[in-house]
Design a protein around this ligand. Structure first.
Ligand code: G3I
Length: 450
């Protein structure tokens, strides 16, 4: 798993590297009894879509941090979220996800740069030349902000229409710039962040059909002409109207044979019980059978926040219980410790654990108050340790309900009076920090408990 450091202007570089080393070690030290660690054992990542608005929920964050090695912002990197008015970029929510992922040693997929949907209203009326300029500026704005921090970017999303024609989808980009907008977006993206893998991402391309054939022809053409494309994303949203195709693996392989990586990017399968579990198993087995399938991402942590919540399409139910599909995926990844197995971190009786989440509780021009909430896992705990890495310029003037020790700008906090917590119970410590010119948020590393 690679660990990527934020731009110097936003990072307390030394502290972040130290925190990253800690969290990466914590992930790799785990047995292959979580989705992320089992997938890493297979040379793959196992990711999930994440919504910034849920990161402050302790059970959401605990499941995310425990199980996944990659995250995709579900909506926060889209055009309407990041450039709501022309040239005015806002990264607050996306940064929150990236910061959280980095504090946990997770990688980040970027989703998405050029898409006909979730476009702010100022884009569609632009004339062709202006639209071209705006598209390239948007790519440069996002990729520049996250340069070196994103393992794969969905450069263009859903540019082909459904149905039998294999035609391009009507969109402002297609209608005004023609087929060449895709190529131009990829060329701009390569220059903006040469380290990122550049993906084309789409749905209903999961088996061999007219739409996937059209994408296949485009990728083949790009490869033959040296247009920079590294990967193809297969969204893989399945339900009874759109079932798992029997030639899924074959389809992944034929794209891989063109010389690109393939990734399962938005996996969800409506259903429940053993039927849903069997379909998930097919997905994992297909990816593992294709050496260029570098990883898979499910489209959400819990059924209750899924875009298709009524279809219960994910691996954890609304109460964060592992579903049969979870055990099936873990087993297919070669992991052990599904529901009920000894050592399964989701089951009671597996020892002490905790999660730490950060919120800013007060803010003024020269400083702020931060609060870190510690929540015990499935077992009672008698002590906990949490790390907080501050931006280099900032300094802490006071801290309450905890005992800090310092190494550079990394603060390690242990309980003062509040070490003992019942299973699932929470406590918190707070601190006052001087900004000294930096308003950036601190990052909270792994919580350990005994
Ligand atoms: O945040 C606002 C909230 O303030 C407001 O009250 C509420 C009222 O509707 O809307 C909220 O925004 C919603 C947003 O999700 C966050 O929940 C939008 O309406 C809603 O349209 C948006 O849906 C997202 C959808 O893309 C939009 O196209 C889904 O969360 C997201 O899962 C889905 O993801 C897409 C991928 O990007 C591309 N592939 C298909 C996939 C599923 O549709």
């Amino acid at each position: 798993m690679s660990m990527i450091v934020r731009r110097l202007s936003r990072a307390a570089t030394a502290g972040l590297v130290a925190a990253a080393a800690l969290t990466a070690a914590a992930h790799s030290a785990e047995a292959a009894d979580t989705l992320g660690s089992a997938a890493v054992g297979q040379g793959r990542y196992f990711g999930t879509a994440v919504a910034a608005s849920h990161l402050g929920e302790s059970d959401y964050a605990a499941t995310l941090d425990r199980e996944f090695s990659s995250v995709t912002p579900e909506n926060e990197m889209k055009w309407d979220a990041t450039e709501p008015s022309r040239g005015s970029f806002t990264f607050t929510s996306a940064d929150r996800i990236v910061d959280h992922a980095q504090s946990q040693g997770m990688d980040v997929r970027g989703h998405t740069l050029v898409w006909h949907s979730q476009l702010p209203s100022w884009v569609s009326p632009l004339g062709a030349q202006d639209l071209r300029t705006a598209m390239n500026a948007h790519i440069n704005g996002l990729m520049g902000h996250y340069k070196g921090e994103i393992h794969s970017w969905d450069v263009v999303n859903e540019a082909f229409q459904d149905g039998g024609s294999g035609a391009r989808r009507s969109s402002p980009f297609q209608d005004k710039l023609g087929d060449g907008f895709i190529e131009e977006a990829f060329r701009t993206a390569r220059a903006a962040d040469p380290a990122a893998k550049l993906c084309y991402n789409d749905y209903n391309t999961d088996g061999v059909n007219a739409k996937s054939n059209a994408v296949y022809d485009m990728v083949k053409d790009f490869k033959s002409r040296g247009v920079p494309i590294d990967c193809v994303g297969f969204q893989s949203h399945f339900n009874s109207n759109s079932p798992v195709p029997s030639d899924y693996r074959h389809n992944l392989q034929r794209f891989a044979d063109l010389g690109v990586d393939v990734q399962i990017t938005e996996l969800d399968i409506e259903g429940s019980g053993s039927a849903q579990a069997a379909d998930y198993t097919k997905m994992v087995e297909a990816c593992l059978a294709v050496s260029r399938c570098t990883g898979m991402t499910v489209w959400g942590v819990t059924d209750k926040y899924s875009w298709r919540s009524g279809g219960t399409p994910l691996l954890f139910d609304g109460d964060y219980n592992e579903k049969p599909a979870y055990g099936a995926v873990l087993s297919a990844l070669g992991g052990s410790g599904g529901p009920g197995d000894p050592g399964d971190p989701g089951d009671p009786g597996d020892g002490a654990s905790c999660t730490a989440t950060y919120t800013r509780t007060a803010d003024w021009s020269s400083g702020y108050n931060g609060q870190v909430t510690i929540t015990a896992g499935a077992e009672p705990i008698s002590s906990w340790t949490a790390t907080v890495t501050l931006p280099a310029q900032q300094s802490v003037s006071s801290l309450w309900n905890g005992t800090p020790t310092w190494s550079g700008n990394v603060m390690t906090v242990r309980p003062s009076w509040n070490g003992t917590l019942a299973a699932g119970a929470s406590t918190s410590f707070g601190f006052t920090a001087a900004k000294n010119g930096s308003d950036a948020a601190p990052t909270v590393g792994t919580c350990t408990a005994s």
